[in-house]
Write a protein that binds this ligand. Structure first.
Ligand code: PDD
Length: 276
């Protein structure tokens, strides 16, 4: 399997400098892009978000978006990837370790690789359980940065409880999950946290909102609290590759009847048409 290193598609035996700022500070940004039937899914949307993340952390993208797009498509082809993901990260570069930006400026380091992964159709159809954890992250969760320690700790806690995800709450408000967005259905309306600094505006989330519009399902981008979620008619999470997963139980609380809900199933059915 080849990787993309800056502008070159090359062998994987590359090493990152011990003074790469991504490695030392988590000073960089990333994207995870799904690949279905050999085609990157929603690649342009992911790259637009990458561009926004770069701008928010004052990082100069090493290449034009169009060039990165072409290189990623080439990487998928070279690796003959059919089902899986592309991981892309850009760090601020390599320089002596001082917290401030390197001066004189250094070039960012861009790395991308592909990984074969099965579709998660089973869990999407059958649903899963989640756990609740306090959201201890910073106040710019809208930026897709390499700094993921709170997310790592939350996900580990979920895994130790055989849960698929850790749903995060700030005070009583449900924000999102450790690596996905959270939705609930109440009075047949779909609720999700507004896309502000407290959540990552998921590409899957944005697609789901568009599909709801298309299906005539009413949507409220409005924060909801833990109690409202536990009493909801349906709860589901969304992310790249996970797509849409019904949440049947949150810790010991069963959501409604404990089965995937009708609105969730309807959205999932429509979502699958986007890549099939
Ligand atoms: N995570 N919220 C957080 C905190 C995330 O890390 C992710 C994605 C999402 C969903 O975004 P999208 O629909 O664009 O994948 C929401 C990726 C998959 C990851 O870190 O592996």
């Amino acid at each position: 399997n080849k990787i993309l290193f800056n502008n070159q598609i090359t062998a994987r035996e590359r090493f990152i400098d011990i003074e790469d700022r991504g490695y030392q500070f988590g000073d960089g940004i990333y994207e995870v892009i799904g690949v279905y039937d050999g085609k990157p899914f929603l690649l342009e949307e992911h790259l637009l978000r990458l561009k926004r993340s770069a701008k928010e952390v004052h990082l100069q993208l090493p290449e034009k978006i169009e060039k990165i797009k072409g290189n990623l498509e080439k990487l998928v082809q070279v690796n003959e990837l059919v089902e899986g993901i592309i991981y892309l990260q850009i760090s601020r570069g390599t320089a002596a370790r001082w917290h401030e930006f390197p001066s004189p400026e250094v070039s960012p380091v861009m790395v991308a690789y592909t990984r074969a992964e099965q579709r998660m159709s089973n869990v999407e159809d059958e649903g899963a359980i989640a756990t609740l954890t306090e959201d201890i992250r910073w106040l710019r969760c809208d930026i897709k940065t390499l700094n993921l320690l709170p997310n790592v700790l939350a996900k580990q806690k979920a895994v130790e409880q055989n849960a698929i995800e850790a749903i995060l709450h700030r005070g009583e408000t449900v924000t999102e999950a450790s690596a996905s967005n959270v939705f609930m259905v109440r009075n047949e309306e779909v609720y999700t946290h507004p896309a502000n600094n407290f959540i990552l505006n998921g590409i899957t989330r944005q697609q789901v909102l568009q599909l709801c519009n298309k299906l005539g399902i009413r949507v409220k981008e409005k924060p909801f609290n833990i109690k409202e979620m536990l009493q909801a008619e349906e709860v589901f999470i969304t992310a790249t590759k996970l797509d849409i997963v019904p949440i049947l139980k949150v810790d010991q609380h069963t959501i409604a009847s404990g089965n995937p809900g009708d609105i969730t199933k309807k959205i999932l059915h429509e979502f699958r048409k986007l890549y099939q």
